[in-house]
Design a protein around this ligand. Structure first.
Ligand SMILES: Nc1nc2c(ncn2[C@@H]2O[C@H](COP(=O)(O)OP(=O)(O)O)[C@@H](O)[C@H]2O)c(=O)[nH]1
Ligand SMILES: [Mg+2]
Length: 188
């Protein structure tokens, strides 16, 4: 549907929306391509320069719902003004989107959640926006490390195991489970 830099530019639509959010380089574009099985003809651009895109990308799926690729936040090194701009855009999108059914929050399975992950989770709770935690790049972990990552996330984020989906865009692990979870968000 396009890339939009502010809420006023986004298309007016009655279709339900599910948004994807996470730190830049977490694997968001790759996951969207994997979900849509666009391995060869990629629909979401996988970039080598993290934090470059500050736009919201809207993808209409089968005329049924819209997947919204929200901008990722940068690393700790990113300029504070850029971080604030990101925060404003994402918060405004979440608050102002009446048809937003849920947020898929991506976290790299190899790293503990960051301060921004906690802030985002708090914000979603306050806004009463249903959310799903997706651990990315699990192919980079051994079976035992995957289990440890799952335990760490449930403990740190104080959520149930069934709120977390382990994925790998490289192997396709978790794709079916994630699709089912997204369907559940769409019909509450
Ligand atoms: N091994 C592995 N690498 C991944 C996976 N997902 C993404 N990557 C890599 O991580 C980098 C960032 O991916 P990208 O999808 O652009 O992240 P985004 O910035 O969150 O959209 C790229 O080099 C991807 O190839 C995954 O599941 N497994
Ligand atoms: Mg991306």
């Amino acid at each position: 549907m396009g890339s939009f830099f502010r809420m006023s530019e986004t298309p007016g639509t009655t279709l339900p929306q599910v948004a994807f959010v996470g730190r830049s380089n977490v694997g968001k574009s790759s996951l969207i391509n994997r979900l849509l099985e666009r391995q060869n003809k990629k629909i979401a651009r996988v970039s080598a320069t993290p934090g470059k895109t500050q736009s919201m990308n809207f993808y209409k799926i089968n005329d049924l719902f819209i997947m919204v690729d929200l901008p990722g936040w940068g690393y700790a090194k990113a300029p504070i003004r850029l971080r604030e701009k990101w925060e404003q855009l994402v918060k405004t999108y979440i608050q102002d989107s009446e048809r937003l059914m849920g947020v898929v929050h991506l976290i790299d399975a190899r790293h503990p959640p960051t301060k921004i992950d906690f802030q985002l989770l708090n914000f979603l709770t306050i806004e009463q926006t249903p959310n799903l935690i997706v651990l990315t790049k699990t192919d980079k972990l051994s079976k035992i490390k995957r289990k440890q990552a799952l335990q760490l996330m449930t403990r740190e984020l104080e959520i149930q195991e069934d709120q977390i989906v382990l994925t790998s865009s490289k192997t396709g692990t978790g794709r079916t489970e994630l699709i089912e979870a997204i369907e559940a968000l769409l019909r509450p």
